[in-house]
Design a protein around this ligand. Structure first.
Ligand SMILES: *Cc1c(COP(=O)(O)O)cnc(C)c1O
Length: 387
């Protein structure tokens, strides 16, 4: 179906931060399949894990114990401080699980019309519940009636959250991205998550973080909340977890981890041995190669370089990011830059119309990082001068 406005290129293979199209042209990948391939393409550790698992056991369903699912759950729990995990196959599904958890939590407290606070500028997925939680009219238009039970706060604004707490008595949870991805790589002030935690605690709300884009080392920590000193009650993961093998997870801590009981929720494929083998290899590699530290350091350097090249230029509104999740916001729509970058054999993305978004693999080397900075800086200069 015509669901995507695709660029006129088809890739046949890849290695590290490079993709090769069907005619043999090489492209430097600064988007990683939208924050999915943190280890780059055709990573040998992931390939090995998948090959071994494919010749051992692909799938048995959740009617039975799944050893690798248990191992992956334990690994994710120890990295994040969460207690329990539900596995699914995508980000939207992970958020669906979180939304269902929040509703169960509400009903257990005799709140019969539970509300979840979500933010302006948010993106949480394309299923009916998650598109209703998403702030974009473009995502919602034509799919009404929307799923009820969401109230909207301004992102990064604790006052707006306090106002909701004061006026609305059916709120049971807040679902928020630690750094908004599709919304333009919006990084809130340092104290924001601590403030959210405090308001959630004061009102008995679950604090639920959508780390689908920010998780798995992307921002310089395993999970973006680890830049703060608070821990959420619920966290969702997907994108970078399987390096391209579809897998999602909804993690929970304390009482939130005890809400689902047999029969409440499920997934045929969720947490199958193949997907879990990939995710375990991803975690192992991120850990042994210290890639989250590399992401933090390289991200800082790239942001500095962009600021050196572009700060103060008329038309450049902001240069921001955390780790290897970065954006340059312009004062005008700039989607055309994606095509122009493609002509220069560089893959980038424009989100929220005006923000050039970069999500390179965490494995890029210094010269690849420089090449991204130089090419994007030149494109932006040319674009702004031509207008
Ligand atoms: C991509 C994304 C989703 C949706 O994930 P899918 O796997 O496409 O369903 C949800 N939340 C955030 C923050 C995302 O970046």
């Amino acid at each position: 179906m015509h669901t995507y406005a695709r660029l006129p290129v088809t890739f046949a293979s890849g290695e590290g931060a490079w993709l090769v199209d069907e005619s043999g042209e090489r492209y430097l990948d600064a988007i990683s399949g939208i924050a999915v391939c943190g280890l780059g393409h055709a990573h040998p550790a992931v390939a090995r894990a998948l090959c071994e698992q494919a010749t051992t056991l692909l799938h048995t369903s959740n009617l039975y114990g799944v050893r690798l699912q248990q191992s992956l759950g334990e690994r994710l729990a120890s990295l994040s401080g969460m207690d329990k995990v539900f596995f699914c196959n995508s980000g939207a599904e992970a958020n669906e699980a979180a939304i269902k958890l929040a509703r169960l939590y509400g009903h257990q407290r005799d709140i019969n019309v539970p509300q979840i606070v979500v933010c302006e500028g948010s993106f949480h997925g394309r299923t009916l519940a998650t598109l209703s939680a998403t702030a974009s009219r473009k995502v919602q238009a034509g799919f009404e009636p929307l799923v009820q039970g969401f109230v909207r706060a301004r992102f990064g604004d604790l006052e707006s959250l306090r106002a909701i707490a004061k006026n609305s008595h059916n709120v049971v949870a807040m679902l928020v991205e630690p750094v908004q991805g599709e919304g333009g790589v919006r990084v809130p002030d340092d104290g924001y998550l601590a403030g959210v935690r405090q308001i959630c605690d004061e009102h008995g709300w679950l604090m639920m973080l959508d780390e689908i884009q920010t998780g798995m080392g992307r921002t310089g920590e395993w999970f973006a909340f680890q830049h703060s000193d608070v821990v959420p009650d619920v966290m969702t993961l997907a994108k970078g977890l399987g390096n391209g093998v579809p897998i999602g997870a909804c993690l929970a801590r304390g009482a939130a981890g005890e809400l689902f009981q047999p029969g409440n929720h499920g997934s045929t494929f969720g947490g199958n041995p193949l997907a879990c083998s990939a995710a375990l290899a991803v975690i192992e590699t991120l850990e042994t190669q210290r890639l989250r530290h590399r992401a933090a350091e390289l991200g800082r350097r790239m942001l500095d370089a962009f600021r050196g090249n572009l700060a103060g230029l008329a038309g450049v509104i902001a240069i921001r990011g955390k780790g290897l999740m970065m954006a340059i916001e312009l004062d005008r729509p700039c989607a055309v830059l994606v095509q122009q970058a493609l002509s220069e054999r560089l893959l980038i993305n424009v989100t929220a119309e005006r923000s050039i978004r970069l999500l390179p693999p965490l494995v890029i080397d210094d010269s690849e990082a420089e090449r991204i900075v130089d090419t994007v800086s030149a494109l932006v200069r040319r674009f702004l001068q031509a207008q």
